[in-house]
Design a protein around this ligand. Structure first.
Ligand SMILES: *[C@@H]1O[C@H](CO)[C@@H](O)[C@H](O)[C@H]1NC(C)=O
Length: 231
């Protein structure tokens, strides 16, 4: 939090000593505190279903992750099965070892913010289908700008926005911030990989990229039965 990001430990120590000794006047020009999100919904890129559903599922995903890609059609099928009885919140957790995960995640935010939820879900469909195009291996010789161009084309296809508009949105601070918050939120929830699933605030280690619809039903069906009994 101190405005000395680039100094080594020893100079930091020296600076602290000088500061403690009153050598540096306090100017009052502290680094601005980071902006905080307005509401919890800002942590998710897309939310489906009502918050009044008694069952909510938080999906932590990385669009460049092969296991998330495997889980995606299963998740979509489970969403259809339970319709609005379950609330789904999709959180992006771009993994650092997927070089392009962050910019691809920004694409989803642009599609959701400047398009709508349907457009964001189409963007995710496109990203999973063409995941290989942004893989570490295939983008080794590409510039960041070139990868951004690939992402922009996907957003354009999903939203119908103009290419130049998409490019500009991808560089907006607010879009970057949304992905940062999403990442931070996931780490606070002890998320360390993708896909990971939290049902009614509890991490469910039994569900992962290899789970099928039957596995999901094992968790969701009893909860919904119990809810129906109690209501
Ligand atoms: C969402 O965005 C898509 C793509 O731009 C558009 O075709 C669709 O009509 C929009 N849906 C709603 C509910 O606004």
């Amino acid at each position: 939090m101190f405005p000395w990001p680039l100094v080594g430990r020893s100079s930091l120590l020296l600076a602290s000593l000088l500061l403690a000794a009153g050598h540096f006047p306090r100017t009052g020009v502290a680094a601005a505190p980071p902006a905080l999100p307005l509401s919890a919904s800002e942590y998710s890129v897309v939310t489906l279903g009502d918050s009044s559903s008694g069952v909510n599922v938080d999906v932590f995903l990385d669009l460049v992750c092969i296991d998330t890609k495997k889980a995606w059609p299963v998740i979509k099928q489970v969403i259809q099965t339970y319709d609005r009885a379950v609330q789904w919140r999709f959180h992006q957790f771009p993994l650092p070892y997927h070089t392009n995960a962050f910019i691809v995640a920004k694409g989803a935010v642009v599609a959701a913010t400047y398009g709508n939820d349907t457009a964001a879900l189409s963007y995710m469909d496109i990203a999973f289908a063409r995941q290989i195009q942004v893989s570490n291996e295939l983008t080794q010789g590409m510039t960041y700008k070139a990868v951004e161009g690939v992402v922009a084309a996907w957003v354009q296809e999903a939203t119908g926005l103009e290419s130049e508009v998409v490019r500009r949105k991808l560089q907006e601070g607010g879009v970057e911030e949304a992905v940062r918050f999403s990442f931070k939120y996931a780490t606070i929830r002890s998320i360390f990989g993708t896909p990971m699933f939290v049902i009614n605030q509890m991490l469910v280690p039994g569900l992962d990229g290899g789970s099928d619809v039957m596995d999901w039903e094992e968790y969701l069906a009893p909860l919904l039965t119990q809810m129906a009994r109690e209501s």
